[in-house]
Design a protein around this ligand. Structure first.
Ligand SMILES: [Zn+2]
Length: 136
């Protein structure tokens, strides 16, 4: 495995501002936050993407996201939080992580920088059929 920043943090080789950790997961502040309080939630074990993450770890990470969302809202008095996860070439760290960050009215963050478009009924039906017929 090539050098992995998250593995280095998880093993204590690299310093980070850890806000929650246990035997399986480590959650620390992103050093390039979307907003102050931006947390990365990661499994300690190296898994690249959502599709290769064991179900138990995913569940544990989502429960940590819920607990940390409550803490962010309580401590930072934000208007809400956003949860984001990238895979494949969009996973900038190469190690599975959830982004959880506080949101404030008028903070300027936009999910879809190119703008979303109204889908046609045909496009919705085509993707619907692909997904419904794909099996497990
Ligand atoms: Zn890693």
């Amino acid at each position: 495995m090539p050098h992995c920043v998250v593995c280095a943090i998880a093993s204590g080789q690299l310093e980070a501002h850890v806000v929650f950790e246990n035997q399986h997961i480590v959650c620390f502040l992103d050093h390039m936050p979307i907003n102050e309080g931006h947390v990365l939630l990661c499994p300690r074990e190296h898994h690249a993407d959502l599709t290769d993450l064991p179900d138990g770890l995913l569940a544990e990470l989502m429960l940590a996201a819920k607990a940390l969302a409550n803490k962010l809202q309580g401590c930072l008095k934000c208007d809400g939080v956003s949860l984001l996860q990238n895979n494949g070439r969009f996973n900038e760290l190469g190690h599975f992580h959830l982004h959880l960050f506080p949101r404030f009215q008028g903070d300027g963050f936009s999910w879809v920088s190119r703008g979303s478009r109204l889908a046609s009924r045909e496009a919705l039906a085509r993707v619907h059929d692909l997904l419904r017929n794909a099996g497990e």
